[in-house]
Design a protein. Structure first.
Length: 143
């Protein structure tokens, strides 16, 4: 007796990363985390917290880009009028063409670090850009 389960998973192969409104073709990966510094408040003799104080939100992540030249991503941002030192930019992660409800936008990003590791192998050289974002939201497109 066999059962068929229709699983719908996403993979990096059907994911596109956008900087502003343009696809970042050389993107090899992205990771991010949403952090909120909310704190619990305990009442007298409470063993469980009673309320949560508001906290500060930050999105911190890394963008992996195939090495093309030493200024590839920074030049790309400048060409699109998104000078990283003066203006923020949005990063959109699109999961396939039909899964628009799963798309994510990291708003108001700034590049804060840059690194590179070169290994003696046949693998592509990657540059890693650290970024900070202000807000995380779902992108529902033009629905």
């Amino acid at each position: 007796m066999s059962q068929f389960f229709n699983y719908s998973y996403f993979s990096g192969a059907n994911t596109t990363v956008y900087i502003g409104n343009s696809a970042l073709i050389e993107c090899a990966g992205i990771s991010f985390s949403y952090q909120n510094s909310r704190q619990p408040v305990y009442g007298y003799a409470s063993d469980k917290f009673d309320v949560m104080l508001p906290g500060r939100i930050i999105i911190q992540g890394n963008l992996l880009v195939n090495y093309v030249d030493k200024q590839y991503l920074l030049n790309l941002l400048n060409e699109r009028g998104l000078n990283n030192s003066t203006r923020s930019f949005d990063i959109k992660i699109e999961f396939g063409e039909k899964a628009i409800e799963n798309n994510i936008v990291i708003k108001d990003c700034y590049i804060i670090s840059r690194g590179q590791t070169v290994q003696v192998s046949d693998q592509a050289i990657l540059e890693e850009f650290g970024f900070l974002g202000r807000e995380l939201e779902n992108d529902l497109g033009n629905q």
